[in-house]
Ligand binder design. Structure first.
Ligand code: UDP
Length: 407
């Protein structure tokens, strides 16, 4: 894991000094993070990278994981989908399973933090134990897009949320009406992780070779799960409209089925639509291929994220950090990252995407400028160090008057 000082060359000394100053004010406080898995998924990834840095800052950050069997996680997965607004049948038995397992965790989990930082819905019911440690401050961190949740699931969770001191959401559009304090803290990427660190050209070339891609024509790339909401079919359509004028190739890179039964169907539709076009590369990327993703993003001439709906859109963050010109839909957290015509191009349709891609391919210096601005915007706002700073301010605000601290 990188040490704090390794970030100085990226974000500057003053940012790291600020972190040290803030951390002194939290001296002696134990921050107990609780989530549902230590590996896989964005929450675990962030905690994995953040907890060691907090500890290096002399903050006593701990991390516990609740226990649950397959049936519990099957239920929480459906809660997750329902919170995202997807049609899901949730039965009374599902709520019973959730409560049974939560009760076991309530009995088993040792709670000792000054601040108990609970991530996502799976461990949310632990707050029932709040009175056992009277001075503790409880924060619920929602990493999910709950802008349009299934109300049955949301109302069920709300019974617990209101018992927390504060809640944290990733984007203004995800916030909900709640009688407790709400903080908006966007996610971040780690510039020193395998997915984002600088890569030498020979590694990029070997990854391209592995996937059978050559750099003889411009590469348009979208990295995304094969999901209709990421609109891979629309990307192919946009590419075709560009290809009429500029000879180019398309890379659609994404993971296989995993927990989404529909991804197989989407992948087949994508293959069917691509037909025999040798310039369309549909790449199935195995999980944990961070360096491959990094290389594919770095090899791209233009990166596209033509989502119909989006959470924060970390692929856009990753692409901008690599100073790539990006064309992306104005949905979810993407407009927080791309200021149109300054740090990328926003689009609202297939035609719009095709027009923007053409514009970038035809004007390399404009594309370069957008990419550079994008990288700077990410440096200022969406790197791990800013995330740590926001969390420390959040923790401190638990000990101050409600009116004083706004993030
Ligand atoms: N990703 C990956 N492999 C894939 C497709 C995506 O590692 O085959 C990564 C991608 O680099 C990004 C994350 O998964 O870090 C996707 O996050 P995003 O917010 O863009 O979309 P989500 O999949 O959460 O809707």
């Amino acid at each position: 894991m990188p040490r704090l000082e390794e970030y100085i060359s990226i974000v500057g000394l003053s940012i790291i000094d600020d972190l040290k100053l803030l951390s002194e004010k939290l001296k002696g406080k134990v921050i107990q993070n609780i989530n549902s898995t230590s590996v896989g998924g964005g929450v675990a990834e962030i905690l994995n990278r953040m907890v060691p840095l907090l500890r290096e800052l002399n903050i006593d950050a701990k991390w516990e994981v609740i226990k649950g069997g397959e049936d519990f996680f099957e239920v929480t997965k459906r809660f997750h989908n329902a919170l995202h607004g997807r049609e899901e049948e949730i039965t009374p038995k599902d709520f019973d399973i959730f409560m049974e397992v939560s009760q076991r965790n309530i009995e088993d989990m040792k709670l000792y933090g000054d601040i108990i930082f609970v991530h996502d819905p799976q461990p949310i019911a632990l707050v029932k134990n709040k009175s056992r440690i009277p001075d503790s401050k409880w924060i619920w961190r929602c990493h999910i897009d709950v802008s349009n949740p299934n109300m049955r699931v949301w109302n069920f969770l709300k019974e617990f949320i209101v018992q927390y001191e504060a809640s944290v959401f990733s984007s203004p559009s995800f916030a909900q009406r709640l009688p407790i304090r709400q903080f908006l803290i966007s996610p971040s990427i780690d510039p020193l992780s395998d997915k984002n660190k600088e890569l030498p050209d020979n590694i990029i070339h070997s990854v391209l070779k592995k996937y059978g891609i050559t750099k003889d024509k411009p590469i348009i790339t979208q990295v995304s799960r094969f999901d209709y909401l990421k609109d891979p079919l629309g990307v192919i359509e946009a590419y075709r409209r560009v290809k009429k004028y500029i000879d180019c190739q398309l890379v659609l890179a994404g993971g296989t089925a995993t927990d989404d039964p529909q991804s197989e169907e989407v992948l087949n539709k994508v293959k069917e639509k691509a037909g025999k076009d040798k310039d369309i590369h549909i790449l199935l990327i195995p999980p944990k291929s961070d360096m491959d993703i990094n290389a594919l993003q770095r090899a791209a001439t233009v990166i596209v994220q033509k989502s119909i709906k989006e959470g924060f859109g970390l692929t856009v963050t990753e692409a901008l950090w690599k100073a790539k010109p990006v064309v992306a839909s104005a949905v979810g957290g993407i407009p927080l990252q791309i200021k149109h015509k300054y740090s990328g191009l926003l689009c609202h349709s297939i035609d719009g995407a095709a027009f923007a891609i053409k514009q970038l391919l035809n004007s390399p210096s404009y594309a370069k400028k957008l990419g550079e601005n994008g990288r700077e915007h990410i440096r200022q706002n969406f790197l791990l160090t800013r995330h740590i700073r926001d969390y420390m301010l959040l923790f401190l605000s638990m000990y101050h008057n409600e009116d004083i601290v706004y993030l």
